[in-house]
Ligand binder design. Structure first.
Ligand code: MG
Length: 168
């Protein structure tokens, strides 16, 4: 019996102007809507934070990743609330006999700075997972103006998650 499992999740979405100027969707991170003139180009709602958390949970139990479970060729997932993906990953974690101990996320976004919304995001993700906010850490980072992320043309998220066995 493996007591602990670790998972890593990564996601990146290109950012574009909101319609009618571009094809970006409203910017949502961790289920929190952030007012900004650009947003992710995505088949789903493009919530890169929830996608990376979902992949960290799925990765920890060795399950297929988000792209395999929810293919972007499926019209069902058009503009899909990414909470659906996260909740399915959480269900699989429970089914595998594990519970989330904690997760640590880094959101790399040039603008807007997410600092003022980090507590809202932690609360939102914790609520979706039915876990204490203490277990969810989220921090924002700039890409120092370097390459596409630094030029504000993409958002990138890294997550690590630790699971513990619930089977004793
Ligand atoms: Mg994604």
């Amino acid at each position: 019996m493996t007591m602990f499992r670790i998972g890593h999740g990564y996601d990146l979405h290109r950012l574009d102007a909101l319609p009618p100027k571009g094809g970006g969707r409203p910017l949502v991170l961790g289920g929190v809507r952030i007012e900004h003139p650009t947003g992710p180009v995505a088949h789903s709602d493009g919530d890169a934070l929830l996608h990376a958390v979902t992949d960290a949970l799925l990765g920890a139990i060795g399950a297929p990743d988000i792209g395999r479970l929810f293919p972007d060729s499926d019209p069902l997932h058009d503009a899909q609330d990414s909470k659906v993906f996260l909740c399915e990953a959480a269900r699989r974690v429970r089914e595998a006999g594990y519970a989330l101990v904690n997760l640590d996320a880094t959101v790399v976004l040039e603008r807007p700075r997410i600092g003022p919304r980090v507590e809202d995001m932690r609360r939102s993700v914790a609520t979706m997972l039915g876990i204490s906010m203490d277990a969810i850490n989220i921090k924002g980072k700039s890409h120092e103006g370097v390459d596409a992320v630094g030029e504000g043309r993409a958002v990138e998220v890294h997550v690590v998650a630790l699971l513990a066995s619930t089977m004793g």
